[in-house]
Write a protein that binds this ligand. Structure first.
Ligand SMILES: [Zn+2]
Length: 326
């Protein structure tokens, strides 16, 4: 069996247990209703050990899942284009997998600075890759970041991890016979989010501005807020058609209908939590009011439960409210 086929077989065997593992970890966080930082620290070590799986989306275009946000790799005569790069601790494994996809120079587009998306950048750059990201992502990767909701400090990665090309609004890559349209979604999950449309394959990779089946993280410490998340959903809905395959930041392949449902959930969460912020409720009072009660059966089964998501939405709205009133 060729190495590539062997990898595919292993990926197939691992698929069930991986999804089970994530669901179990998430379920535990849910059951215990523990605070956000503790829940996150508990899930992370299991997340880090997930096996890497490769599946084909179109000729030359692969989906790579495992220890971090979803990755795509586009192989061909111009080399390899990748979007995102998992966690730092798994970069050697990732390089082995992507080198199996194709030869030639590597370009890595980073959807945002979070370490589960940009973690492999330094190792990839040392192996010769060129990193591309939004200019705000480069700024955030250049200094220590403190994420208030998770109460976690992230030291800057090695200088090699910094993007060597940045963009502000959009860019298009013409590589390997594909048109790869890269678009900035302002102040959504962070202030540097990019989403990517492989136009010919009609595959849309969203980064963390979209989660298929769960409440997303909205990082207000990094400039994210729910208004920008809703605008990002609208921008994605403007590009996707009924046949578009949508790759979320985390979770399974999705459709335009899934994206529409996610957008409705975000709007409802905003409509419930915004009045609490404007009424001057504290975060604890907002959580105690259980504003997401009817959304929870469908959306509360992922890594973040109703309290965590209320906190994400509240934090970003509070920042915007303060800005408006000052
Ligand atoms: Zn993220």
């Amino acid at each position: 069996m060729k190495r590539r086929d062997a990898l595919k077989t292993m990926a197939g065997l691992a698929a069930t247990s991986v999804l089970g593992g994530v669901a179990r970890a998430a379920q535990q966080a849910q059951d215990e209703d523990i605070p956000l930082p503790a829940a996150y620290r508990k899930i992370y070590p299991r997340f880090e050990k997930l096996p890497i799986q490769v599946s084909s989306l179109a000729p030359g275009l692969s989906l790579i899942t495992g220890p971090g946000g979803n990755i795509t790799g586009l192989a061909g005569h111009d080399g390899l284009l990748m979007v995102d790069a998992f966690l730092p601790s798994r970069s050697a494994d990732l390089i082995r997998v992507v080198r199996n996809l194709g030869a030639g120079p590597i370009t890595v587009i980073t959807t945002h600075w979070h370490f589960d998306h940009s973690g492999g950048n330094a190792a990839l750059a040392e192996a010769g890759a060129k990193i591309v990201a939004h200019e705000n992502t480069r700024t955030r990767l250049s200094s220590e970041q403190y994420v208030v909701d998770l109460q976690m400090r992230f030291p800057p990665p090695p200088a090699a991890a910094l993007p060597v090309v940045t963009l502000r609004d959009s860019a298009t890559f013409y590589l390997n016979g594909e048109e790869i349209h890269v678009v900035h979604a302002p102040s959504a999950h962070t202030d540097g989010d990019l989403f990517i449309h492989y136009r010919k394959a009609n595959v849309l990779q969203t980064g963390d501005v979209f989660f298929t089946w769960a409440y997303p993280n909205i990082d207000s410490s990094s400039g994210g807020w729910i208004g920008g998340m809703i605008a990002a959903s609208d921008a994605l809905l403007g590009i996707a058609d009924a046949r578009t395959r949508i790759i979320p930041g985390h979770g399974a392949l999705a459709t335009r209908d899934d994206l529409q449902a996610f957008r409705s959930m975000l709007a409802e969460a905003r409509d419930r939590i915004e009045p609490l912020v404007h009424a001057g409720k504290t975060l604890e009072e907002a959580i105690a009011a259980r504003p997401l009660a009817n959304l929870n059966p469908r959306w509360g089964k992922g890594s973040f439960n109703r309290s965590h998501f209320t906190q994400f939405v509240y934090s970003g709205l509070a920042k915007h409210h303060n800005k408006e009133s000052s």
